[in-house]
Design a protein around this ligand. Structure first.
Ligand code: B12
Ligand code: SF4
Length: 402
C-alpha cells in the first residue's frame, strides 16, 4: 500500500510568541508518526510529510492509497480541509493524535477511520482492514494502557528530514499518574507511568546520533518521574555515549539530588512547567535546577483558577531571578474532550469555539479571578517583556547546538 503520513501544521494560525524555528529548522519532530511508520507492513511504501518543515501539503498532488493525518487542536480545521479534499479524490483518510483522540466524533465527520489513543497496536489492523475493504470508522486503544514500553518499535526517524530540526526528540516513558484537569494527553497515554527499556532506548539514541550529531530532547511529560535508579542508569549511559540532552520535569518531582545527578551526567537543559504564582515549592524546584548548574527552559501557563493578576509579574520575576534561558509562554486552553474543557463549557466560560484560536496564545476562556481581557493583556505584557527569551534557539544552544 502507498501510505502518506502527514504531521499537519501549516499555515501557523493565530500567533505563537515562542519562535520555534531558527529561520529554517523547526524545534524538533513529534514522535507520533515515526512510531506509526515503523509499524507499517513489509511491502508498504511509507512517507512522512511534516508541514512545519516540508511546507503545505497539496492534497491534489498526493499519490497514495491511504493518508494518515496527525494534528493538534489548533490544526484541526486545516486537517479537516485536507481530509475532505483527499477523500473527494478517493484516498482513504485515517485521523489520529491528541485532538482526534479527545474528540473522535468530530474527527469522524472528516475521516474514514479515527484512531483513538496510542496508535502502535491499531495501525496494522487499520491498514489490513482498509485493504480488505472492511475498515470500521473507529479503532480504540486501551485508554489506560499498562505495563512497560518494551514493545515500542524502533522509530523510523530516517523518514524525516532530520536536518530540518534543531534537535532529535525521543521518549523514555509514557503515561502520568497525576490527574490535572487541563491535561490533553491523559486520555492518550493513560494514568500508568510506563518506562522504556534502557537498552532499547540507548540503541535508538545512538542510531539518532549516527544520523546527525545534535542535541536530543526527551519529550515525555515527566522525565524519570522521580525514579532515581532509572534516571541514574539512563543518564549515566547517555553521558557515556557523549549525548547532549535535555528533559522535561514537573516541579512536584524535582529534588536537589535528582537535579545534581542529571547535571553530573551531562544533562544540559531542564524544561519545567511554571505558573508565575511563585509558590515556595515551585521556586525551590527552579532553584534546585539552577543550583545544579543546568539551564532552564520555562514553560509557563497562565489562566488557572488560582491565578490572580499578580501572576504576570510573578512569572517575569522568576524568569529574571533564575536566569531562565528560554521561555514558552502560554494561556490555558479549554481543550475539547478534556475534563477542564467540559467543565468550563458547562459553566459558560468558553468564549470561542474557533479551534484556530486554541493555540494557547489566544485567550478563549473566562478566567475565575480576572477578565478575559486582563488575561490576554497580562499575557501579552509578559511576552513583550521577555521577548528576547521567547526564542527556542536559546534552548537549543543551551543543549550544545553548534
Ligand atoms: C515535543 C512537543 C512539542 C515540540 C514540537 C513537537 C512537534 N513537532 O509537534 C515543541 C516543544 C516545539 C512543541 C510546541 C508546541 N506544542 Co507541543 N508537545 C510536545 C509533546 C511534549 C510531545 C509530542 C510527542 O512527541 N508525543 C509523543 C507521540 C508518540 O505522541 P502522539 O504524537 O500523540 O502520537 C501517538 C498517538 O497520538 C497516535 N497518533 C498520532 N498521530 C497519528 C496519526 C495516525 C494516522 C494514527 C493512526 C495514530 C496517530 O499514535 C502515536 C503513537 O502512539 C506533547 C505532549 C505529549 N506528551 O504528547 C506536546 C503537545 C502536543 N503540544 C501542545 C501544544 C499546545 C503546543 C504549542 C501550541 C504550544 C505553544 N503555544 O507554543 C506549540 C505548537 C508548535 C507548532 N507550531 O506546532 C499540546 C497539544 C494540545 C492539543 N490538544 O492540541 C500538547 C499535547 C502539550 C500539552 N499542552 O499538553 N510541542
Ligand atoms: S502532570 Fe502533565 S501529563 Fe500529568 S496529568 Fe498533569 S498535565 Fe497531564
Amino acid at each position: 500500500m502507498r501510505i502518506q503520513l502527514v504531521d499537519v501544521g501549516h499555515p501557523l494560525p493565530g500567533r505563537s510568541w515562542t519562535n520555534w524555528t531558527d529561520g529554517g529548522r523547526f524545534a524538533m519532530p513529534s514522535s507520533g508518526l515515526v512510531s506509526i511508520a515503523s509499524l507499517s507492513r513489509p511491502g508498504d511504501d511509507v512517507a512522512i510529510h511534516d508541514e512545519k518543515v516540508d511546507g503545505p501539503l497539496d492534497p491534489d498532488a498526493v499519490e497514495a492509497d491511504v493518508v494518515g493525518l496527525s494534528f493538534k487542536t489548533m490544526y484541526a480545521p486545516r486537517a479537516y480541509a485536507l481530509a475532505d479534499r483527499l477523500r473527494a479524490r478517493g484516498i482513504a483518510v485515517v485521523a489520529g493524535g491528541v485532538h482526534a483522540t479527545n474528540v473522535p466524533d468530530e474527527a469522524a465527520r472528516h475521516a474514514d477511520v479515527v484512531c483513538v489513543g496510542e496508535g502502535e497496536t491499531l495501525w496494522r489492523p487499520i491498514l489490513d482492514d482498509l485493504e480488505r475493504g472492511v475498515a470500521r470508522d473507529r479503532y480504540t486503544a486501551p485508554l489506560s494502557p499498562r505495563g512497560p514500553l518494551d514493545t515500542l518499535p524502533w522509530q523510523r526517524f530516517e523518514l524525516l528530514r532530520t536536518d530540518r530540526y534543531l534537535m532529535h526528540s525521543v521518549q523514555s516513558a509514557r503515561g502520568c499518574s497525576f490527574d490535572c484537569e487541563f491535561c490533553p494527553t491523559r486520555l492518550m497515554f493513560g494514568s500508568t507511568y510506563r518506562q522504556r527499556d534502557i537498552d532499547a532506548l540507548c540503541a535508538e539514541v545512538r542510531h539518532l546520533l549516527t544520523l546527525e550529531d545534535k542535541p536530543v530532547f526527551f519529550s515525555e511529560n515527566v522525565f524519570g518521574a522521580g525514579d532515581m535508579p532509572y534516571v541514574r542508569e539512563l543518564s549515566g549511559r547517555l553521558h557515556a555515549m557523549g549525548a547532549r540532552y535535555g528533559v522535561i520535569v514537573d516541579w512536584v518531582m524535582v529534588r536537589p539530588e535528582l537535579m545534581q545527578l542529571l547535571a553530573a551526567n551531562g544533562c544540559q537543559l531542564v524544561c519545567i512547567n511554571l505558573t508565575g504564582r511563585r509558590t515556595p515549592e515551585e521556586l525551590a524546584a527552579v532553584r534546585a535546577i539552577s543550583d545544579a548548574g543546568m539551564d532552564i527552559w520555562g514553560y509557563i501557563m497562565f489562566g488557572f483558577e488560582e491565578d490572580t493578576p499578580d501572576v504576570f509579574q510573578g512569572a517575569i520575576d522568576t524568569v529574571l531571578e533564575y536566569g531562565v534561558v528560554c521561555t514558552s509562554l502560554t494561556v490555558l486552553a479549554p481543550y475539547p474532550g478534556t475534563p477542564m474543557g467540559r467543565r468550563l463549557a458547562k459553566e459558560g466560560r468558553v468564549t470561542s469555539d474557533d479551534l484556530l484560536l486554541y493555540d494557547q496564545c489566544n485567550v478563549v476562556i473566562q478566567p475565575r479571578q480576572m477578565t478575559s481581557a486582563q488575561l490576554q493583556q497580562g499575557y501579552d505584557h509578559v511576552c513583550e517583556t521577555l521577548a528576547e527569551r521567547c526564542d527556542f534557539i536559546h534552548a537549543a544552544r543551551a543543549m550544545g547546538l553548534r
